[in-house]
Design a protein around this ligand. Structure first.
Ligand SMILES: [Zn+2]
Length: 299
């Protein structure tokens, strides 16, 4: 039998080496694919996966390090359903349905709610700012609100709050997204609260319904994300906020409390702006920086 030529032996040798290297190449491609997926959802993947030893020092490793994630506590594994029902775009309540709510006005002098009264009417009788000017599906009526139970969405120790029924499923999903990864910790949540706590002041009392009055606003971790006034700074920084006046809630210090603070680009910010479509009170026009607050308009 003829011995194969030198060229043929060399080419067979290359094929053999390629075959031997194939599993390694496939594995590398597989890890790289996983890593690239991580770029979209850095929060959803345990930190250990983000810095895979095989990728250290490579371009891919640089791509996938999203931001420093320092979990202070390990959140419970949330149950995330495959798909959630879409919000009902026709969730308008019939004009004949009964509506009631208990409202109050914020006293600038006494720093508390006054003039508490309960109003009963029908949805058809709602007037002026009793209906959300930015979304007619939501109103001041308790019958327009549903209970959002954080315990059902990855946060067993947070008490239920009421929110407008048209946004309930989106907000539930948002809470689940905040729980994934354990880098963010929810310590308190506020929703529906039908008080006139903003706008013009007449006789020392606020006259305009808050977005909380329609269930189209939530406050996240008020104790660590206060409302500041005299604070026309953009973006909000630790240096800048020191010159503002803390009016409601606790002081904001994302350096000292990274896992409970709301910051631009952080987990609650991304979830609330992208998954719910609401705006952050830390980025509104004027001199108020309401760092705990997310709503349809940011106000
Ligand atoms: Zn608020």
């Amino acid at each position: 039998m003829r011995r194969p030529s030198t060229a043929a032996r060399r080419s067979r040798g290359i094929v053999f080496r390629l075959r031997a290297a194939l599993p390694l190449l496939l594995l590398t491609a597989c890890v790289a694919r996983t890593a690239v997926t991580v770029v979209d959802e850095p929060v959803a993947v345990p930190q250990a996966v983000v810095v895979a030893p095989a990728l250290e020092g490579s371009a891919a490793a640089e791509l996938v390090v999203p931001e420093p994630v320092v979990p202070e506590s390990v959140a419970p594994e949330p149950v995330v359903p495959e798909s959630l029902p879409a919000d009902d775009p026709t969730a308008l309540h019939p004009p004949s349905q009964a509506c009631h709510y208990t409202t109050y006005q914020w006293s600038m002098k006494r720093k508390t709610g006054v003039n508490r009264r309960t109003i009963s009417k029908t949805f058809g009788e709602l007037t002026g700012d009793e209906v959300d000017p930015n979304d007619a599906r939501c109103s001041v009526c308790e019958e327009n609100q549903v209970w959002l139970r954080p315990a059902d969405h990855g946060w067993p120790n947070i008490k239920p709050v009421r929110v407008c029924d048209a946004y309930a499923s989106r907000l539930g999903k948002a809470l689940e997204e905040m729980a994934v990864g354990g880098a963010f910790t929810l310590i308190d949540l506020e929703g529906y609260r039908p008080g006139r706590t903003r706008g013009a002041v007449v006789d020392g009392l606020r006259t305009q319904m808050s977005n909380h009055g329609y269930g189209t606003a939530v406050d996240i971790n008020a104790r660590h994300n206060g409302l500041y006034s005299g604070c026309n700074i953009s973006p909000v920084t630790l240096e800048g906020i020191r010159r503002c006046r803390l009016a409601v809630g606790g002081p904001w210090d994302p350096t000292a409390r990274p896992s409970t603070s709301v910051v631009r680009g952080g987990i609650p910010y991304r979830v609330m702006t992208q998954s719910v479509g609401w705006k952050w009170g830390g980025e509104i026009a004027g001199g108020t920086r309401d760092l705990m607050h997310f709503s349809l308009t940011g106000f």
